[in-house]
Design a protein around this ligand. Structure first.
Ligand code: P6P
Length: 335
């Protein structure tokens, strides 16, 4: 792999080869990538900067906001307001959409993000990340509202995440495969380190929060019990388990070496379909996973086909290696 293909060069080449990247979308991707660099700098300060601990406020999810949640959200908003590529933004950290102020030109795209996913890991120095999803503003009616965001994930123009770990890595899809860029801290450039990422269709590694075992629905319990039975059971092979409690880190591992990630519905809060949010966690990750040959369902349907009704709605998530996700999804089918 050439060490010197920058994100900008990659986007230009994608435009030449596939004509998939209008100027506004290319600007959007580059602006988000630059914002992720700024977030990485704040994350890496840790205890040396005034960035750890609680911000003393709650977000729309009713979760205590960490200082870095608020900082990251502000970085993404400030970076994207002026460019003329967006009509509005939506964030896990904001109750309602943020319309681009009138002092700036409005663009044709909508940007959704979880500015810093995995916040519980911030203060203990475990990988966290930024997740983003790009939709087109459909129709030409003036103005923009929350309704413009309520599109199924299959309509995404782009999706990506940045994982702030031992390396700072940007993972991106524009609908033509998945590419990974590693931040070269000496030059400040995102350099292409992998393209055409493919998830192994089979795996021996599952990711789920086992402490919820007693709360799962029977199909999930059956699948995990079979994995735990190992080579002496129906699967005929042993399984390993990983759970970082940071979706970005778990999904990045699955993209890198296969696996299945599960955050299913459970009976702790039965009125909620799941913990993770559809619009800015499940949809972008599902787009990336499918572009890498994996699949993503909510146990009964393709996540990217779910028609959203609320900006912050939650969803059950099963994603990763095709054959495993198909198996556990089949267990959910009515007998
Ligand atoms: P639990 C982080 O808060 C997050 O939204 C995902 O990144 C992660 O997969 C999940 O929640 C972890 O949840 O219940 O295991 O702490």
């Amino acid at each position: 792999m050439s060490k010197n293909v920058s994100l900008t060069q990659y986007l230009v080449e994608q435009q030449r080869e596939h004509g998939r990247i209008p100027a506004q979308l290319r600007l959007l991707i580059e602006v988000v990538a630059r914002a992720c660099k700024r977030i990485a700098i704040s994350v890496n300060k840790g205890a040396l900067g005034d960035v750890l601990g609680s911000a003393g406020t709650d977000n729309v999810q009713g979760e205590v906001q960490k200082k870095l949640d608020v900082i990251s959200n502000e970085v993404l908003i400030e970076a994207n307001e002026w460019g003329g590529h967006l009509a509005a933004m939506a964030s896990e950290e904001m109750d309602s959409i943020h319309v681009v102020p009138n002092r700036y030109p409005q663009g044709e795209y909508l940007l959704l993000f979880d500015p810093l996913d995995g916040s519980s890991n911030i203060d203990v120095n475990v990988s966290i990340g930024t997740i983003f999803s790009v939709l087109r503003k459909v129709g030409h009616s003036p103005g923009v509202s929350e309704a413009d965001f309520l599109q199924p994930g299959r309509h995404q123009a782009a999706a990506g995440y940045c994982v702030y770990g031992p390396q700072t890595t940007l993972v991106l899809t524009l609908g033509n495969g998945v590419a990974m860029f590693t931040l070269d801290r000496e030059t400040g450039s995102w350099l292409l380190t992998q393209k055409g990422v493919q998830i192994s269709p089979d795996t021996q590694e599952f990711a789920i929060n086992m402490s919820n075992l007693r709360h799962w629905a029977p199909p999930v319990r059956r699948y995990i019990d079979e994995c735990l039975a190992g080579k002496d059971g129906v699967r005929g092979k042993d399984f390993n388990m990983r759970w970082v409690a940071s979706m970005v880190a778990d999904v990045h591992r699955i993209l890198s070496r296969g696996g299945i990630f599960m955050y299913p519905w459970d009976q702790r809060e039965p009125e909620k379909p799941g913990k993770l949010r559809l619009m800015y966690e499940a949809n972008p990750m599902a787009f990336i996973v499918e572009q890498a040959g994996g699949i993503a369902t909510d146990g009964s349907q393709r996540i990217l086909d779910i028609v959203p009704t609320k900006l912050h709605q939650r969803v059950s998530v099963l994603l990763g290696s095709r054959n495993e996700v198909e198996r556990v999804t089949a267990y959910h089918a009515p007998a």
